[in-house]
Design a protein around this ligand. Structure first.
Ligand code: SLL
Length: 162
């Protein structure tokens, strides 16, 4: 398996959280479940299939969730939960061994439930806090690239063809 010297191939992903307030009449709503939220890893282009190179994604939630470790062996790579607090979520993306012998990519994302004051811009009724109060989700997402350095020819062919 000769490797392509000097070649690197990168694949874009998006990861992050979105959250919204549970309506008071939602049967899941109580003092420890004020919000519903989702943490996700997804493609930048909606119909791209990440399972081409991702074998599994694991999200490590706060210990107050049972169980804290959530594993997705197939898309969609996401976890839906309800809760009250923000915390850091380590995200481990395991790459198919045949493509990348080094194995995995480790990311962390902070679950964001409450809009940031300074994301408000001009403030007032058009601000993020007002948007959240009006039921709009709080979205916090980032772009990342999974880089395949000096891939084997076979890996390169498989990835670059898509
Ligand atoms: C904090 N460090 O103190 C954070 C921890 C934990 C949030 C937040 C659990 C909900 C449930 C939940 O929302 N935990 O009990 O199911 O702010």
């Amino acid at each position: 398996h000769s490797r392509l010297k000097g070649v690197s191939h990168s694949r874009p992903i998006l990861y992050g959280t979105h959250a919204s307030l549970l309506k008071p009449n939602d049967k899941r709503a109580d003092p420890s479940h004020t919000h519903k939220w989702t943490v996700f890893v997804r493609p930048v282009h909606p119909n791209e299939d990440l399972s081409l190179y991702i074998k599994r994604v694991q999200f490590k939630l706060h210990e107050s969730f049972d169980p804290p470790l959530r594993t997705c062996d197939a898309p969609p790579y996401e976890v839906h939960e309800t809760g009250w607090g923000e915390f850091d979520i380590p995200i481990k993306i395991t790459i198919h061994e045949s493509l990348e012998p080094r194995g995995h990519v480790q990311l962390t994302h902070t679950l964001q439930l409450y809009p940031k004051e300074n994301a408000d811009g001009a403030g007032g009724s058009s601000g993020a806090a007002a948007a959240a109060a009006a039921g709009k989700p709080v979205v916090s997402e980032r772009y990342e690239e999974i880089v395949f350095n000096e891939p084997t020819e076979e890996t390169y062919r498989r990835l670059a063809a898509h």
